[in-house]
Design a protein around this ligand. Structure first.
Ligand code: SF4
Ligand code: SF4
Length: 383
């Protein structure tokens, strides 16, 4: 089991080339991962059309640095992503433009992917899914480099290296998986299956600026000042979670990987190269409102569970003063729980599976996370 994670300081994106190369050098150098003439696909996090300074997507300077490094090693680079929402050439064009990817490839030979075909990949080893639709540019390449951004996530608490691969699933199939696996643990188990199926060669995390609070798109920017890398995405996530003060048990993708023996049991078992994480741990990194699950802290008779789960769970709530009535939330909602027939979005709480896709993809940040007062009070009291 590879538990090596390299950690390098990077004060600002103008210094990211040296930081990225240093992080990969500590893992053995880019030549260990890319041979001359290799087809390389780089998968950044381009979840939605957000400008680089919003700290939602992989920073374009960061992406540029990785392209330059991969090309120096002789790689033939393509950038590919299936962002949130529809997966078509027009959507990709918009995302590449707004997220700064067009600038990131300037001065390089990297190509942008506009091929929206995909293949149903059979994965009999999967624990939760045995077959996964994956976008074609990710398949049939020699090297996959994943560039996650360190952020919180309303549904999964944290999004990093493993969750970044959800962007290898074509548009509407993401909603289908959310709908089918509407419970967080099974959804995260699917993400671990997906990771094992795609198996990126290398994951390099943009942790220069991350996001805290109600991420992955509507939280607050948080300066972290690091670049982290690993050939094992689970180890990278374990290290990043430790950095922002999550235990492995608090993040289902990490805990599932621990249970499957894909990573060390906790951060003590990681082999950290470069900066020690312990002195850098950010104790006050703000977690999403939806992270606080009372039912994890107390045990109750099964009969009370369903009622309490609903009564205490955080829910999406629309702030109509920020809403522009675009209907994106209704389009992305897996169980079709959002009705636009009155001209404004209305959420049917009975249908809502609390996946927070609406919160993630609302272009105006108008979908908030409502955490019941009873939940706030009891979590504080029990803690
Ligand atoms: S996506 Fe956001 S802005 Fe658009 S209708 Fe839904 S809540 Fe309103
Ligand atoms: S309303 Fe929002 S949180 Fe609820 S199911 Fe739809 S997209 Fe998911």
């Amino acid at each position: 089991m590879d538990n090596k994670v390299s950690v390098t300081k990077c004060e600002r994106y103008s210094e990211v080339q040296a930081a990225v190369e240093k992080a990969v050098d500590m893992l053995g150098g880019i030549e260990k991962f890319i041979k001359k003439g290799d087809k390389v696909v780089i998968k950044p996090n381009l979840v939605s059309k957000k400008k680089p300074d919003e700290a939602v997507t992989t920073n374009p300077d960061f992406l540029h640095a990785v392209i330059v490094m991969a090309e120096k090693a002789g790689g033939d680079v393509t950038i590919a992503e299936s962002p949130g929402g529809p997966y078509n050439a027009a959507a990709l064009k918009g995302v590449y433009s707004v997220c700064g990817v067009n600038e990131a490839i300037k001065g390089t030979n990297a190509k942008l992917n506009f091929d929206t075909s995909f293949t149903e990949v059979h994965f009999p080893e999967g624990k939760t899914v045995k077959s996964i639709p994956i976008i074609n540019p990710i398949l049939d390449v020699d090297v996959i480099i994943s560039l996650p951004k360190l952020k919180t996530h309303a549904m999964t608490s944290y999004t990093g290296a493993v969750k970044n691969l959800f962007g290898t699933i074509p548009g509407t199939y993401k909603a289908e998986l959310h709908f089918r696996l509407n419970e967080r643990k099974s959804f995260c188990s699917m993400l671990v299956d997906l990771h094992e199926c795609v198996k990126p060669t290398l994951s390099i995390m943009d942790a220069v600026w991350g996001m805290e609070g109600n991420g992955p798109t509507a939280g607050q920017n948080r300066y972290i000042g690091l670049v982290m890398a690993s050939a094992n995405a689970h180890a990278l996530d374990m290290a990043a979670c430790h950095l922002i003060d999550y235990t492995p048990e608090e993040v289902d993708t990490v805990y599932e990987a621990v249970k499957r023996g894909l990573v060390a049991k906790n951060a003590d078992g990681l082999e950290i190269l470069g900066e020690a994480i312990e002195p850098l741990v950010i104790k006050d990194f703000i977690k999403p409102e939806s992270h606080f699950n009372l039912l994890k802290l107390i045990s109750l008779p099964a009969s009370l569970n369903a009622w309490l789960t609903n009564a205490l769970a955080s829910k999406p709530k629309i702030n109509y003063s920020e809403c522009i009535r675009c209907g994106e939330c209704a389009m992305c909602c897996p169980p079709k729980a959002i009705d636009m027939s009155s001209g404004k979005p209305q959420i049917d709480e009975k249908k809502c599976i609390k996946c927070f896709c609406c919160q993630e993809l609302c272009p105006k940040g108008a979908v908030k996370i409502h955490r019941p007062i009873l939940n706030r009070f009891m979590v504080k009291f029990i803690k």
